[in-house]
Write a protein that binds this ligand. Sequence first.
Ligand code: ATP
Length: 266
Amino acid sequence: EYQEPSDGEPPIGITYDDIGGLGDTVDQVREMIELPLKHPELFARLGIDPPKGVLLYGPPGTGKTLLARAVANETNAHFSVINGPEIMGRYYGESEGRLREVFEEAEAQAPAIIFIDEIDSIAPARDETGEAERRVVAQLLTLLDGLEARGNVVVIGATNRPDAIDEALRRPGRFDREIVIGVPDTQGRREILNIHTRGMPLAEGVDLETLARTTYGFVGADLGALAREAAISALRRVLPGLDLDLDEIPAEVLDELVVTDDDFGD
Ligand code: ATP
């Protein structure tokens, strides 16, 4: 079961097997991020710089954070998260200092991944920028340029608005690689449903195939929530028949707890 890492520890437990419906996107991520983190010597031999910055583009809830956590876990890399809106808000006035700290820590603990969620709120396109953002973007550029191109610190930026970030961030040597994370199709939704129900006692005949077909537009986060709701529905079905003394739930309840098609709703 997933546990939130204490700051900087590699995220526990998340692997590529926990990510569904992204097809060869996972391979792109492995080639762009995992390979240089694990084998910088290959890039040195070829005489090319491994990527320092990779942008993940995609709608909310499609697995960008999940993917970053999985790569960190699979490479045993130090993992830090910077939340864009938070660093401009909660850390207002200390944003640059906070960024510097995170980069210093990552370099000291390399191999490391720095994940910047909602990077568009730190580095919006120029015409949307205020004075505070301009200073933070300048700091971010300095930090990126200052990272040695050894491949052992990779910065992953996530955004759902590809055009919303400052052009300067996308120059060579900065965030010069981009990976699109799409909304899952039927097959993808099926894979994600499999993942989110794999620990559940599903009743015989639960039809995930149909569920996958009828959940058009659902992203991973929606499907995860759907599965959790179904489990809770099963729990409610079994519990009300009992005397609700929660200290005395009989062991048989565990056998009766089965998630059925009805629990998944219409
Ligand atoms: P945001 O842009 O809102 O931060 P995100 O793209 O980073 O969204 P995640 O935070 O990775 O989305 O997804 C939230 C949760 O939804 C995950 O912890 C996971 O349970 C589920 N989820 C999302 N995408 C997938 C996926 N492709 N496969 C399996 N589960 C997924």
